[in-house]
Design a protein around this ligand. Sequence first.
Ligand code: PGA
Length: 271
Amino acid sequence: MIGKNLTFGKSEEKLLREKDRSMTRNKIIAGNWKMNMTPSEAVTLLETLKPLLHNDEVEVVFGVPAIDIIPVVEACKGTNIKIAAENMYFEEKGAYTGEISPGMLVDAGVRYVILGHSERRTYFHETDEDINKKVLKAFEHGLIPIMCCGESLKQRKQGITMDWIRQQVKVGLQNVTADQAKIAVIAYEPIWAIGTGIAATNVQAEEICKEIRECIAEMYDTNTAQKIHILYGGSVNADNAAGLFIMEDIDGCLAGGASLKQDFGKIVNYK
Ligand code: PGA
């Protein structure tokens, strides 16, 4: 009986291999340039960074200001680099002065869209409901949302980190199907770690990313939870990236400051 269990037939072996592959999430290493880089500076930075990226196993994404999208997409032609927008509106077109539609992003060659970054929540008063509308619209147009969530220092001290994040995730993904959730990306970005130089430790980040995955399993099923990508963001740099990436539930990062420097190359080539 034991022997039988240890010997797999060809088709079982294939199934196991496939299962194994589907359980392994590739890493996504994303940069968030925020409101930095004019179009010409953006192209110069891209040309500096491109030769430094030597890891074909990871998906490299640059989140760039809207005005930089077209020249940056052009500069990335012939590479595997994907471009993300840093925001988008949830309407198709019309009288929304200053906004950018999902169709415009797709036409410009954008693949991902960062949604609900804490800076947008704080400075532009975006709510979970707004973010949910944007997430649904992104999927409708074939864009992959990188939906951000994360607690403030006050909330962490109050012990309500996970209550807060669960709400952000549950409302943000309302009416998102399991098939869509499987390809979605969630970025856990504690507000106290963003731009402060004080990153969460890999243990702290893993604890929350694991709980986010459990939340996805409750909302959908374990298969969806195994497929969704969960990134960590907040003062990621060349020194702490590898330690974060070895954690089971951390599937990469959203790096701000470090994505504007040559350090980003070291983060991508973390092993
Ligand atoms: P940081 O920013 O890496 O500069 O802390 C991360 C982010 O805001 O996405």
